[in-house]
Design a protein around this ligand. Structure first.
Ligand code: ATP
Length: 220
């Protein structure tokens, strides 16, 4: 697909996750990140979870519906459900390579991850190739320090890290940016556990998603 010269200077970001369910720990830090680095669109990419991994409690269609409900009134967000249509496992790098081809070589593109994911990034398939396709924007997450699992990952971070956000829109890929986003101590695991125990989740995720969870009888 040819690149639109105007869009080539606008940073587009993608945010992958299982979203079982989506919650404010995903939404609020990404909204803050958008203001911090100047994003006008963040596309959520719900993951296809391969059969040999622990399965989400909600099925793919329910996870997609919860994402759609959570972003319905917020023009910052869009959803791309391509991974959910796959019958075979897809690695993040492969999805990002496909999106890079669609957007053209000049489009600044970023992939958002939480601090916990950064610490174990070296376990991802072809992790070092991620920066050939996109920038990495890292959300702060409480309970996770800056210590990488391996020196290799630490050195890679130091080599590619930038602190100057405007650079991210000037180059199509290749940098890592650690964002100064609010730390929200919320996880999908906690929400599922609270639901299992019959506890209230009011401040943890949007009302529309909570209503859907109730209606579908999820996380009982
Ligand atoms: P689970 O508890 O089931 O592992 P999760 O809450 O970590 O789920 P995921 O869908 O696995 O949510 O996460 C998608 C992405 O969002 C990951 O990169 C993760 O690091 C990030 N993320 C999730 N919760 C937070 C949070 N509270 N703050 C910052 N980043 C987060």
């Amino acid at each position: 697909m040819p690149t639109n010269p105007e869009s080539a200077t606008v940073l587009h970001a993608l945010f992958g996750g299982t979203f079982d369910p989506i919650h404010y720990g995903h939404l609020r830090p990404v909204e803050a990140l958008a203001a911090e680095v100047g994003l006008n669109r963040v596309t959520l990419l719900p993951n296809h979870v391969p059969p040999h991994r622990p399965q989400p409690e909600a099925n793919a269609q329910q996870r997609l519906k919860m994402v759609e409900l959570a972003i319905a009134d917020n023009p910052l967000f869009a959803v791309d459900d391509r991974e959910l249509h796959r019958t075979t496992p897809s690695y993040t790098i492969e999805t990002l390579e496909t999106i890079r081809k669609e957007r053209g070589a000049a489009q600044p593109l970023a992939f958002i991850i939480g601090q916990d994911s950064l610490l174990t990034l070296h376990k991802w398939h072809r992790w070092q190739s991620l920066l050939d396709v996109c920038h990495l924007l890292v959300l702060a997450r409480p309970g996770y320090n800056d210590r990488m699992d391996t020196p290799e990952l630490q050195q890679w971070l130091e080599r590619h890290r930038v602190t100057d956000a405007p650079l991210l829109s000037q180059r199509p890929h290749g940098h890592i940016y650690l964002a100064d986003t609010p730390e929200l101590e919320i996880s999908a695991t906690e929400i599922r556990q609270r639901r299992h125990q019959g506890l209230n989740c009011d401040d943890l995720l949007p009302r529309s998603v909570q209503r859907y969870i109730e209606l579908q009888g999820l996380y009982r």
